[in-house]
Design a protein around this ligand. Sequence first.
Ligand SMILES: [Zn+2]
Length: 309
Amino acid sequence: MPPRAPLIGLYAALAALAVTAAAAAPLQPDAAKNCRSCNEWNQPQKPFQLYGKSWYVGTHGLSAVLIDSGDGLVLLDGALPESAPLIAANIAQLGFRLEQIRYIGVSHAHYDHVGGVAALARASGATVIASARNAQALAAGQPPADDPQAGFGVEANAFAKVDNVKVVADGETVRVGHLALTAHYTPGHTPGATSWSWPDCDGEECRDLVYADSLNAVSDDMYRFGGADGDGGIAANFRSSIARVAALPCDLLIPVHPGFADFDDKLARRAKGAKPDPFLDAGACKRYAAAALRKLDERLNEERAAPKP
Ligand SMILES: [Zn+2]
């Protein structure tokens, strides 16, 4: 008769293995979006260090950031559904495993930034964290009716639904390992738009990193940022979101589209050995915000010149 104790130990080990397997599964991407810009956005991008324990793992046109907290990983955004395998490959190339991801934070609920989140959450077992309005959109697989781009239509806007989203309040700091990641609600481009900030250190040298959401006043043909009567609307909220990003402690800006902060140029200069590191740019958040404010003002002028039909 075999001794009992080792057998119980074996069952316990098998049970633990089953739990691990349930939390993480092979990546099963959701259906590709194949939008007009999708192919261009989804060109591969070799992952690279942003600063300290923060890495760029997105595609060439859509950002995703991986932060090693020392006690698990945090991923910000999942780009398109067809980007999820590229992001997973970038994470693997850096020597990490998907099941090490504990949280996935999101910027805004448009398919080009959250389209890959559902698959990455399923494959990693990570908890998705989002603003209250983003959480509603993620559960619906659709931006809300008051989204400036809602008029593009349900089918065009759809993305894979994400269940069990944990809501993070405005100004709340999520703590994991050494990481203190703060959510800043920056509505305007969408009602749930969120920017994220965290300090990261390279040895003794600590810097403030900002994952800034889109501040672009773009919409369908019917939407009016200035409100139906050209007055009110969300313009005032949008302005305060822009001011908020401008005021964040910011040594390194990572916008949701890397081109908004000239990442190609910065990478090229970094490859040539430029010192200081071109990615460390204390004026970048302020310039990003100033450009967004000019665009919003232009847009509001256009709305005044061409009232809603
Ligand atoms: Zn968007």
